[in-house]
Ligand binder design. Sequence first.
Ligand code: DC
Length: 529
Amino acid sequence: MLSMKRIIVAIDGPAASGKSTTAKLLAKKLGYIYLDTGAMYRACAYAAKKQGLAIEDRAAIINLMSTINISVGYSDNGNLLYLDGVNISDAIRTPEMSSSASAISAIPEVRHKMVDLQRKLGCDGGIVLDGRDIGTVVFPYAEAKFFMIADVQERAKRRFMELKEKGIDTPIEQVLSELEARDLADSSRAMAPLKPASDAFLIDTSLLSIEEQVEKLNEIVMMRLSLENNGKSDMQIRLAKHSGFCFGVRRAIQLAMEAKNDGKAVYSLGELIHNPQIVKELEANGIKVINEEQNIRNATVIIRSHGITRQSYERLQANNNEIIDATCPYVKRTHELIRSMAAEGCPVLILGDKTHPEVSGMLSYGNERTLVIAPGEPIPTLTGNRLCLISQTTQKLKSLQDLACELLANLLELKIFNTICLATSHRQNAAVELARDSDLMIVIGGYNSSNTRALASLCEEICLTYHIESAEELESVDFSAYIRIGITAGASTPEDMIINVFNRIKEKSGGSGTVKCIEEIPLFKEESC
Ligand code: DC
């Protein structure tokens, strides 16, 4: 019987992101050895301190490196570090050693010596190493690479508890600022800075328990092992359970096609939907996009799904045009709400993208006390104690919640309308759910599509994400490094584009089983629909 290949598992990431605990447990599960490379730099810093050398004294440190002997032993609780034969495993675990290790690790001669030792210890495989440059420098050909991250507050909490257990009482604020300083130093140094390898799996541990972290990595290592041993991939390509055309977009296209079927020339004021390919197709069917309505008279004009300004609408009516109103009903609702709030004398704040046509339309139903704010932007000066907050229909719910919380602090009365459309919320939730279970997400939709951009930005927070407009953009992507690939699409992305992307990924990864219709693409968590 052939024995299983023993691979190299590289785990990098900032301090206290859960690397060492996870790496230790993963190594145990796999029957591999574990190497804590940070401990080796800590040992160098300890040696410098013991000899009274300042880390800034580079010549002295270089000389020190040629005289000391650092060796590593393995125990059930992790590595044992020896300096010239003396066990220094406990002495290197202090906050002082953390920052000195970071400083000394920026010296190239120190890195050369440590990287040589790490390569010697790991070159036969069957090893899990954690550090900052394992996947990028020490073992760039490692079969499984991970980059672990976690929210800095959460990391500070973990490190604070760790130190407390060792009897070291450091205020949490100090732990936090030391972590931030170390992250900055480790990621901005010239040699081997902390950064994810391009083929590393990004693992956010902020909300994961240790068991979940180990399980997640183990699952991927197992797939890698099966790939190495059988030479074939267990790649899964799954579509988010809500994606692609929403009903507002479907309705707009249907109305446009019906208008065309009447045999009349039809204008669309602005692009009917934010998808260049569909707009081109509609144009080929005689639906001409115009950007100004002033000179359009006695014609048929279709109003796009994002809506238009009140003034444009009135001008079209005054010029005797037949209007086919394809404004999405969710957008229409925002117009009505803004109009009535403004009539009541209530200032209105719109959360949205200032340059987006939907927001221009919304603004036009308000008055001089109607303002727009983009997500994350500072709150403008507000007059009075009451305000109405309303959202562009494709914003992230989290952005609306954050803004509402911030506003509440300064107002006596805040009326909030959650005008984020149901299709947007469903697509966002499904994308997040899928991204959490994927190594790579492909988000399909126009670059100018607000809801597609929101999907991409949500996925980017979770795993490596590509926002593409068409399957051709996947040419340079090497899919062999990914096992679980997720696909989602904005509300203005047609099914055939999703099918093309799915088939392109299949072809590029050497898999069989291309599909002809959307129903053939596996949905993520279909059973929970
Ligand atoms: O993982 P740790 O906190 O024990 O690492 C201590 C320091 O060592 C870290 O701030 C940067 C440095 N280090 C490094 O430069 N490269 C590695 N592979 C591991 C650690």
